[in-house]
Write a protein that binds this ligand. Structure first.
Ligand SMILES: [Zn+2]
Length: 524
């Protein structure tokens, strides 16, 4: 099977300026890149006026949890439609593997956010995923999962022998081809781990020359668990990450660098400066970011733990309500967000009327105060609802990050079974292309952050670049006509013309056809 991509503009993933050439795909590899390639036996795809790029690499994904679902395909389709062919998975401490065969906590993997259907070892993951993947997967082992394997959600610090037990699970994954590991400091049980355990995990990843991705303990100026009068909590959280990196020398990826709430935005420059300073000192730390100003969150996001711990009856008592009202007000002011920044994603199957509206809009419709409406939604969802929270960034911050040397791009999104979808699952990479065009950011540098830069950072072999002999992951797009609709989260972007995964066309003339052409990529 040969395909000849004729007369395209090549953005090869290295960041060098675009040039005109033909690209010949043969089987699952790129056979030739040159002007005027002739191949009698190849199917010819006219790429005149189109950009031919390596398949996009999503630097932060959770899509390792869905490959064994009966309806798996729907979880991958929107990513392929945006041109993504490879995803780095196992982030935020969650991976569906890293669980001992005799663990008592197998059913607990996923931290409440995800559900692993077949939790097991890394080797078991590889063999069950092979042949069932719609995209390529670059697996990381989640620290949270290895800790769940040992002690479930128990907050008690691990003993030295329990830490050793955890490290055996890390060894199993790393020896068999995982690319690194991940921490999730905002999630159970990773949030309970003490320094000795965290350093043991980071050193073990470093021993195999793996990368460590870290979901920080705070992503805003104020966060729970920090003293109120101090430097911004998001900056203290970065210090914790840097401390782990300095002590272990592990290659470090700050996961999804976001600045939640307006009051966090003054931290952008000091944090970028710190990251650059450490690179100059010889450490390897960088970050990923995304193209939307909002992100997914739980409905209880601004509710304090004392309130969540109350019974239903106690929550309704006037004193508790008053205290909550004051605290919620303060939280909003300190963060620099408001109820108009909360878009309802899901309440329950019985309350679909709220989906896609902000809490303030719902309040106006029902003649309630914003606060009362918010509490009503929390109650209607039994605290299980979802929100999209705006003010992660503004447009200027996204531009700043897009043009910074240390950033690569990611979605951190997954397809939801119900309710409003996360726009990043459907449109994030094309949205970067649109932003590049609007702001005159050189296309070659943006493509590099979607492809080659990520492959280099995660040490993914033979992908991320258009090079002869490399795997035939290719995305062809019409740069002048890429269209997104951020207000319609599940909009299918326009202008992503052709997508090849390991040489197989999964999108052709913007028509998608499902193929399990993906692979588990293993670290060499
Ligand atoms: Zn995360």
């Amino acid at each position: 099977m040969k395909t000849l991509l004729k007369n395209g503009l090549i953005a090869d993933g290295s960041g060098k300026p675009l040039y005109k050439a033909d690209v010949l795909l043969s089987g699952n590899v790129i056979e030739k890149i040159a002007e005027n390639v002739v191949a009698e036996d190849a199917e010819i795809v006219d790429c005149t006026g189109l950009v031919v790029a390596p398949g996009f690499i999503d630097a932060h994904s959770h899509n390792d949890f869905f490959y064994d679902y009966p309806d798996a395909e729907k979880f991958y389709r929107p990513f392929l439609r945006q041109g993504i062919t490879t995803q780095i998975t196992g982030n935020c401490g969650f991976s569906p593997f890293g669980i001992a065969a005799d663990s008592k906590f197998k059913d607990k993997v996923g931290g409440g956010l995800f559900h692993a259907k077949n939790p097991g070892s890394f080797k078991e993951f590889v063999s069950s995923a092979e042949g069932n993947l719609f995209v390529n997967v670059v697996p990381l082992v989640g620290h949270g999962t290895t800790r769940i394997s040992v002690s479930g959600y128990d907050p008690t610090p691990l003993s030295p022998s329990q830490i050793e037990e955890e490290m055996k699970l890390v060894d199993e994954a790393m020896e068999n081809g995982a690319f690194g590991g991940s921490f999730g400091f905002m999630y159970e049980p990773g949030m309970y781990s003490k320094t000795d355990e965290l350093l043991a995990f980071a050193s073990r990843i470093q021993k195999y020359d793996g990368i460590l991705t870290i979901h920080p303990r705070a992503e805003s100026k104020v966060a729970l668990g920090y003293p109120l009068i101090s430097k911004p909590h998001i900056e203290i959280a970065l210090d914790e990450i840097i401390d782990i990196m300095e002590k272990t020398k592990v290659r470090t990826e700050y996961s999804h660098l976001i600045f939640v709430g307006k009051s966090s935005w003054p931290s952008v420059e000091p944090m970028l400066k710190k990251l650059h300073d450490y690179n100059e000192k010889g450490f390897r730390i960088a970050y990923d970011c995304y193209a939307f100003t909002y992100g997914a969150s739980v409905i209880t996001i601004v509710l304090p733990p004392w309130y969540l711990a109350l019974s239903k009856e106690d929550r309704k008592k006037p004193f508790n309500m008053f205290k909550l009202k004051v605290m919620t007000y303060l939280t909003k002011v300190l963060l620099g967000i408001d109820f108009c920044d909360f878009t309802v994603a899901y309440v329950s199957d019985e309350h679909k009327q709220y989906e896609g509206k902000t809490v303030s809009e719902c309040a106006r419709e029902e003649g309630l105060s914003d606060f009362d409406m918010y509490i009503k939604l929390v109650d209607l969802s039994n605290g299980q609802g979802r929100l999209y929270l705006d003010k992660y960034y503004n447009d200027q911050i996204i531009n700043r990050l897009m043009t910074d040397d240390l950033s690569v791009f990611m979605t951190d999104a997954w397809v939801e079974e119900a309710g409003t979808q996360n726009g990043a699952a459907f449109q994030c990479f094309p949205y970067f292309l649109v932003r590049a065009k609007q702001n005159d950011i050189p296309l070659e540098s943006v493509v590099r952050k979607m492809t080659g830069a990520t492959a280099e950072r995660f040490k993914i072999p033979q992908r991320g670049f258009l090079k002869e002999g490399y795997y035939a992951d290719v995305t062809v797009f019409d740069y002048d006509n890429v269209k997104v609709d951020p207000k319609t989260p599940d909009f299918t972007p326009k202008g992503i013309k052709h997508v090849f995964v390991n040489g197989e066309a999964v999108v052709k003339d913007e028509v998608y056809s499902a193929k399990t052409a993906g692979k588990v990529i293993l670290k060499k």
